[in-house]
Structures are given as structure tokens and as C-alpha cells.
Design a protein around this ligand. Structure first.
Ligand code: NAD
Ligand code: LMR
Length: 327
């Protein structure tokens, strides 16, 4: 058996936390041979701490063989102490009629404080995934607030969008999700994101040739993926939770254990490629191996794609300007 690793989860008593922690403890994120110590952060309020205590009691009652320890706390420096993985979920979710960027200023403060705490106490190799919205800009804030940690350790969750796009494409083309490869979701986790299947294949054949419907792409597929979060809120009265937790598991699993050459989408600080200014937290295609992600470089960008990629970039730059005073 491997030595245990420390996994910090913030917002542990929230909706996503409840759908996430049990799967991490059962080995779905880091493998069935990897013991974990869960370090869970919640707000200091009595209600939040009581709910966290209840979640920890349930974790205990599962008797997970891989759960090597648990910490529940309201102090980020305790939650992030020596953390090898940090899933930053805790933040206010949006309600009906709101955009994710409406949460910007309220949630931004959380990520300056948590970035600073990670900087101070986490493992120098900590892998950070930001789920709390607006996820890309919050990840950018956490990264900027942790100057002693490598910028590449900070990522934002675009995987839910990637998975949503996969299912829509599989339905449209009448193929299995598992057979689709080389999908990309560029940019921001917001309605401006650009799901792009120009390079996608099904069993090695071009998916675009199979679908061949520019009108569906522009007027159905792209807006439907972009607005799926709002559609879930409309239907459930609450934002997505199980699918968000599932995407977080997929993101961390693949980052830690590799993608076997398959492309996945991660929000990562730009290296300047594809005309995205360095440092902007932008969804790009990557492969993962040996605990590191590598961008897929050199993909052609046509006129339609350039406009879509610039639109989502402009929104990210606007969000970044909106929080500049906090950094
Ligand atoms: P929720 O309200 O059910 O849970 C959030 C939890 O975080 C609460 O228990 C709250 O007490 C806690 N919290 C708030 N501030 C905290 C802080 N500073 N430190 C520690 N804990 C804190 O919300 P949820 O449905 O679990 O969603 C959480 C976040 O994830 C929201 O911002 C939501 O918009 C976002 N989200 C992102 C994606 C994505 O794809 N990136 C998908 C779904 C939801
Ligand atoms: C989602 O995409 O489901 C989440 O970001 C929640 C939201 O606000 O849409």
C-alpha cells in the first residue's frame, strides 16, 4: 500500500462537497491503492461546522479502507497543511437569473485568503483545482496570492463543460461518449466558452465530417453547452452538484494518474500560445502524464474559432481587471 496523501476540500459541507468526499475516500479520484487523509474546510458559523461534523460522521460510517485520517476545521492553514491536493469548492453559488461573474467580488476575497494560506503551508507540489465560481478568475486570484508556489499548480475546472459537450456530441452523432476523442473547450467557464469539435474523432474518423452541420454547431451546440449550468439551476432550483463533483474527480484523477494520450480540457495559466496572454487562466486541451499536464500545441485557429476564443478571453480580461485591486 502507498503512503497516504493529504487532500484538502473546501466547502466540504456544501452540495458539491457531499457528492465529492465519499468518492475521494473510496479511491475513485486517486486510485484504489492510494490512501487519503481528508482535510475539510468549512465556514466558522455554527451551522456550517455542525453540518461538517455530520459529513465526517457519515464518512466514518462508511469504513472506507483507504480513508487514513480526517481533519475538519474552519482554519485554511489547518486544512491546507502539507496538502498534496486542494479542491477549492467553497464559495457562494449563483441563483436563477445571475451570471457566474456576478459572484466575482463576493467570492474573490475567499480566494486571496486561501491562496495565501496554500502559499504558507501546503506541499510545494500541491495540485490545486478551483471549482468555486467564477472558477477561472478565482483560480487566477489564488495563483497570484501564492507567489511561492509554481503557477502551473493552479487550475480551474472546465471539465464539466468538456463532459457536457461530449454527451451532446454523442447524442447528435449517435455514437458512444467513450469513442469520442480530441474535444476542446476553450476559455472561461461561462456562457462565452467555446466548445470546439473541429479536431474530434470517433474511432479515428472525423466527428465534424459525421455531424457536418454548421448551423447546429453555432446555434444549438455552443449555446447549449455554454448555458447548461443555468438550465440545471432553472430545473433543480440549485446549481449542479453531482455532475460538478464528478468533473472534479475526473480532472484530479487525470492530472494525477494520466490520460494515456487522450485530450482533456483544463483551465491553466496561459503560456502565451494561441494568442492568449501569459498567465490568463484559460481552458485548453492537454494530455497528462507523470503528474504533469502538457498543452496540445499548434492547432490551427480558423476565423470562427479566433472570434470565439477572443470573446471568452475578453471576458476573462474584464474579470481580471475587476479584481486587480485585490491582488
Ligand atoms: P453550496 O452553497 O451548497 O456549498 C458551498 C459550501 O461552501 C457551503 O457549505 C459554505 O458554507 C462553504 N463556504 C463558503 N465560503 C467558504 C469559505 N470561505 N471557506 C470554506 N467554506 C466555505 O454550493 P455548491 O453547490 O457546493 O457550489 C460551490 C461552488 O461551486 C459555487 O461557487 C458554485 O457556483 C460552484 N460550481 C462550479 C462548477 C464548475 O464547473 N466550475 C460547477 C458547479 C458549481
Ligand atoms: C455549472 O456550470 O453548473 C456551475 O458553474 C454552476 C452554475 O452557476 O452554472
Amino acid at each position: 500500500m502507498k503512503a497516504p496523501v493529504r487532500v484538502a476540500v473546501t466547502g466540504a459541507a456544501g452540495q458539491i462537497g457531499y457528492a465529492l468526499l465519499f468518492r475521494i475516500a473510496s479511491g475513485e479520484m486517486l486510485g484504489k491503492d492510494q490512501p487519503v487523509i481528508l482535510q475539510m474546510l468549512e465556514l466558522p458559523m455554527e451551522k456550517a461546522q455542525a453540518a461538517l461534523k455530520g459529513v465526517m460522521m457519515e464518512l466514518e460510517d462508511c469504513a472506507f479502507p483507504l480513508l487514513a485520517g480526517m481533519v475538519g476545521t474552519d482554519d485554511p492553514e489547518v486544512a491546507f497543511k502539507d496538502a498534496d491536493y486542494a479542491l477549492l469548492v467553497g464559495a457562494r453559488p449563483r441563483g436563477p437569473g445571475m451570471e457566474r461573474k456576478d459572484l466575482l467580488l463576493e467570492n474573490a476575497k475567499i480566494f486571496t485568503a486561501q491562496g495565501a494560506a496554500l502559499n504558507k503551508v501546503a506541499s510545494r507540489n500541491v495540485k490545486v483545482l478551483v471549482v468555486g465560481n467564477p472558477a477561472n478568475t478565482n483560480a487566477y486570484i489564488a495563483m497570484k496570492s501564492a507567489p511561492d508556489l509554481p503557477a502551473k499548480n493552479f487550475t480551474a475546472m472546465l471539465r464539466l463543460d468538456h463532459n457536457r459537450a461530449l454527451s451532446q456530441l454523442a447524442n447528435k452523432a449517435g455514437v458512444a461518449v467513450a469513442d469520442i476523442e480530441k474535444l476542446v473547450v476553450w476559455g472561461n467557464h461561462s456562457p462565452t466558452m467555446y466548445p470546439d469539435y473541429r479536431f474530434a474523432t470517433v474511432n479515428g474518423q472525423s466527428l465534424k465530417d459525421k455531424i457536418n452541420d454548421a448551423d447546429w454547431n453555432a446555434n444549438t451546440f455552443i449555446p447549449q453547452v455554454g448555458k447548461r449550468g443555468a438550465a440545471i439551476i432553472e430545473a433543480r432550483g440549485l446549481s449542479s452538484a453531482a455532475s460538478a463533483a464528478n468533473a472534479a474527480i475526473d480532472h484530479m484523477h487525470d492530472w494525477a494518474l494520466g490520460t494515456d494520450g487522450k485530450w482533456v480540457t483544463m483551465g491553466v495559466p496561459s503560456d502565451g500560445s494561441y494568442g492568449i496572454p501569459e498567465g490568463v487562466m484559460y481552458g485548453v486541451p492537454v494530455t497528462c502524464a507523470n503528474g504533469e499536464y502538457t498543452r496540445i500545441e499548434g492547432l490551427p485557429v480558423d476565423e470562427f474559432s479566433r472570434a470565439a476564443m477572443d470573446k471568452t478571453l475578453a471576458e476573462l480580461e474584464e474579470e481580471r481587471a475587476g479584481v486587480a485591486h485585490l491582488l
